[in-house]
Design a protein around this ligand. Structure first.
Ligand code: NAP
Ligand code: MG
Length: 487
């Protein structure tokens, strides 16, 4: 047995020894911009620090691409375009297969780095994110020489230079969602990772060098919002793909309007998770846990509004509280950790503001997880609110943290109308034992993805995307190819 500070206590007096991840990842003191196949010092001469949100330790200094750097990246992508598009599709496929295999070979390193830079638990980056990243490249490698089957009777042509901007919650997976279909369809790319999680994209750039991807086909420029805006506004960028907040998405839609650029937006959500009285309750509780506390709630499709049928509400709430008590919060590099660090101090403050607002508006906060938290870093224990009214800010706005709003309903009609009462339409969950109810409800939910008796399941072959203020366009599957071709 070790002392209390070096271990976390589990449910009902169970103690766990630490299980730290021991893989060492070589992190450079500073990183350049990946332009035309090489790492270059930024012309802007500006760099910023990226930190580990679990320790607040500075991991590295990353380049901030200014307008001249973005110009160079777009120029490189434009110059590489014709050669890449002319390459035999089966040869393009080979590059994607090679990339997927090399990601698998380096997956442990990438998972550890993703966890260090972003705060997500290692078991999630290792067992969920990285396998999906590799899968996405494998899947799209398969499409590269079969595009004529995807669009029967049409002649799919590349769009040109794609400007791709991604958020911090799934850094590598979002990079894969953007790059894989673009490359399979013969386009070239300029990708901008989020400011707080640039490192895995830069290690991906090293892999692109290892597989000898022709220079300029993928360029990775780091920086803040202005860097993203410079990519979006660049006249030689023909397609913009953005994943991030609804606020920035709306702004991008305005700046792209009238330019002829293609645009897809994957934005925020406030997804309903509906549990009927005839559901397998323990299974549903596990689904609720993974839908909102998984990845600290840093999930765009998080099931942040739980609707439970009134007759089982007490039972579900008791079980949820019991499960919440046992979740292990803390060191993301510990293989037993369930809930890691909040990505940044800014995001932590946002979450705390919402928790305060919930209390101020009269909802009841349940926060029974009392494990000791590390002294440094950004932490938020998983929690839920009951007594939530549909008008409460915690029932309407995206919190992007481990905070669940629990509400009840009596009839399927009431569940549906309350679930759809949101400006968002990204995802939804339905839990019931009745097959016909699943089809009936799923059909009537305004959501791009509906999971039945499960939650947060992803596959490269199924399209993902939203309705209403959650954006438009799909990523993944055959439908996801559409954004990257001219027909
Ligand atoms: P964000 O502020 O919109 O940032 C997303 C990306 O856009 C980042 O790379 C960001 O750079 C960049 N950016 C910021 N301002 C920009 C501008 N004016 N022009 C161009 N690019 C700009 O979103 P976030 O807070 O990082 O991410 C969380 C949000 O993403 C949530 O709302 C979540 O729901 C959404 N999300 C949606 C999906 C989906 O598939 N629907 C998936 C994941 C996340 P910086 O990093 O430097 O700010
Ligand atoms: Mg970081």
């Amino acid at each position: 047995m070790t002392s209390v500070d070096s271990q976390s206590s589990g449910p009902a007096g169970w103690d766990y020894s630490p299980a730290p991840e021991r893989t060492r990842v070589p992190i450079k003191d500073e990183y350049g911009l990946f332009i035309d196949g090489a790492f270059r010092a930024p012309k802007s001469r500006r760099r910023f620090e990226t930190i580990n949100p679990a320790t607040e330790e500075v991991l590295s200094r990353v380049s901030e691409a200014g307008p001249a750097d973005v110009d160079a990246a777009v120029e490189a992508a434009k110059a590489a375009g014709p050669g890449w598009a002319r390459l035999k599709p089966a040869e393009r496929a080979k590059f994607l297969f090679r990339l997927a295999r090399r990601i698998q070979e380096r997956s442990r390193e990438l998972a550890v780095l993703e966890t260090m830079d972003g705060g997500k638990p290692i078991k999630e980056s290792r067992d969920v994110a990285l396998p999906l990243v590799a899968q996405h490249f494998f899947y799209h490698a398969g499409w590269a020489d079969k595009l004529s089957y995807a669009f029967p009777g049409r002649t799919p042509k590349p769009v040109g230079v794609c400007g791709q901007i991604i958020p911090w919650n799934f850094p590598l997976l979002m990079a894969a969602w953007k790059l894989a279909p673009a490359l399979a369809c013969g386009n070239t790319c300029v990708l901008k990772p989020a400011e707080t999680t640039s490192l895995t994209a830069l290690h991906l750039a090293e892999i692109l060098q290892e597989i000898e991807l022709p220079p300029g086909v993928v360029n990775i420029v780091t920086g803040a919002g202005e860097t993203g805006a410079a990519i979006v506004d660049h006249p030689d960028v023909k397609k913009v793909a953005f994943t991030g907040s609804t606020e920035v998405g709306k702004h991008l839609a305005r700046s792209v309007a009238g330019t002829g650029k293609k645009l897809t937006l994957e934005l925020g959500g406030k997804s309903p998770n509906i549990v009927f009285a005839d559901a397998a309750i323990d299974q549903a509780v596990e689904g609720i846990v993974s839908s909102i506390w998984f990845n600290q709630g840093h999930v765009c499709c998080a099931g942040s509004r739980l609707f439970v049928q009134e007759s089982i509400a007490d039972e579900v709430i008791d079980k949820l509280a019991h499960r919440m008590r046992s979740l292990r919060v803390g060191d993301p590099l510990d293989k037993n950790t369930d809930v890691g660090a909040i990505n940044s101090s800014t995001q932590l403050k946002t979450i705390e503001r919402y928790i305060d607002a919930g209390g101020d508006e009269g909802a009841i906060l349940h926060e029974v997880n009392d494990q000791p938290l590390p002294e440094k870093g950004f932490w938020c224990r998983p929690c839920f609110f009951t007594g939530v009214q549909p008008s409460h800010v915690i029932a309407r706005e995206e919190i992007f943290g481990p905070v669940l709003s629990v509400m009840t309903f009596r009839t399927p009609e009431e569940a549906l109308s309350r679930a759809n009462n949101t400006p968002y339409g990204l995802a939804a969950g339905v839990w019931t034992n009745t097959g016909s109810k699943i089809f009936e409800i799923a059909r009537k939910l305004d959501a791009g993805v509906v999971w039945c008796n499960t939650y947060n399941k992803f596959d490269a072959s199924s399209p993902f995307g939203g309705f209403k203020e959650s954006g438009f366009g799909r990523e993944g599957g055959l439908q996801g190819l559409r954004a990257y071709v001219r027909l």
